[in-house]
Ligand binder design. Structure first.
Ligand code: AMP
Length: 249
């Protein structure tokens, strides 16, 4: 059983992002880029399924600029067997990525696609759902536990106020939540080994997909600055301020 894991190259989660002066987007020049954290969890889960003898091959896919190769090498250092880069300099929106992934799913025939629940740059939370719709496959989003047995996936999902457990036939689409697992650190020998693993490069045109953006960003702005707080001497003053200034009681 093959598992396909889409991994996105995003601004590292430790970086404090800055809006471009012309409000057209976020400045990513000279900024540290890393694998989307939810995708690291997806790779870890796929590798664990391989180590448990459930999966035979883990294929990482990244869509974007040439530097996404680094993201694929990271996935291979965690344990993915090979990588596919769909290379383009175009801005890729979730629908375009889902269409690209659809063609790769049709070509590779994985029984499971594990994506992150969302990319921390666009926070879209769309690609997995769109991929499931395009392929007409069952989906379980926000997975906190995945078990594969008898041609079925049993997935526990984090929902408002509790957990929901779904059983789905394979092939299926799963998206990861934070508590699914704790990804391992790639060891130096595995980073070295990853350099020798196969990495295929294709273009959206090779896959016959039109990736032109369908949505237009009008403006990107910083959130308003929070004004400084004040210290009150006692409860009476607090109540007075809430009543007379904030007018909330
Ligand atoms: P999003 O819908 O943009 O929040 O992304 C959800 C998930 O889709 C990510 O966690 C990745 O697993 C996958 N994904 C989105 N964009 C890409 C991309 N350019 N390349 C590979 N995977 C992607």
């Amino acid at each position: 059983m093959k598992i396909l894991v889409p991994v996105k190259r995003v601004v590292d989660y430790n970086v404090k992002v800055r809006v471009k002066a012309d409000n057209s987007g976020v400045d990513i020049a000279n900024v540290k880029m890393s694998m989307n954290p939810f995708d690291e969890i997806a790779v870890e889960e796929a590798v664990r399924l391989k180590e448990a003898g459930v999966a035979t091959e883990v294929i990482a896919v990244s869509c974007g600029v040439a530097q996404c190769q680094e993201t694929l090498r990271t996935a291979m250092a965690i344990g993915a067997d090979r990588g596919i880069l769909v290379q383009t300099d175009e801005e890729l929106q979730p629908l375009a990525v889902a269409k690209l992934l659809k063609t790769l799913v049709e070509k590779e025939g994985p029984q499971l696609v594990i994506l992150g629940k969302q990319a921390i740059d666009d926070d879209a939370n769309q690609t997995g759902q769109m991929l499931a719709a395009l392929l007409n496959l069952p989906q379980a989003t926000f997975a906190s536990k995945v078990a594969i047995a008898d041609g079925k996936a049993t997935v526990t999902r984090e929902i408002d106020g509790g957990l929901e457990t779904l059983s789905m036939s394979l092939p299926a689409i799963v998206t990861t939540d934070l508590r699914l697992n704790e990804p391992r650190y790639a060891t130096l020998p595995n980073i070295m080994k990853a350099k020798k693993k196969p990495l295929e490069t294709v273009t959206p045109a090779d896959l016959g997909v039109d990736v032109a953006p369908r949505l237009k960003t009008l403006k990107v702005e910083e959130p308003p600055k929070r004004s400084a707080g004040v210290k009150v001497a006692d409860v009476a003053e607090l109540v007075a301020k809430l009543k007379n200034e904030a007018k909330v009681i």
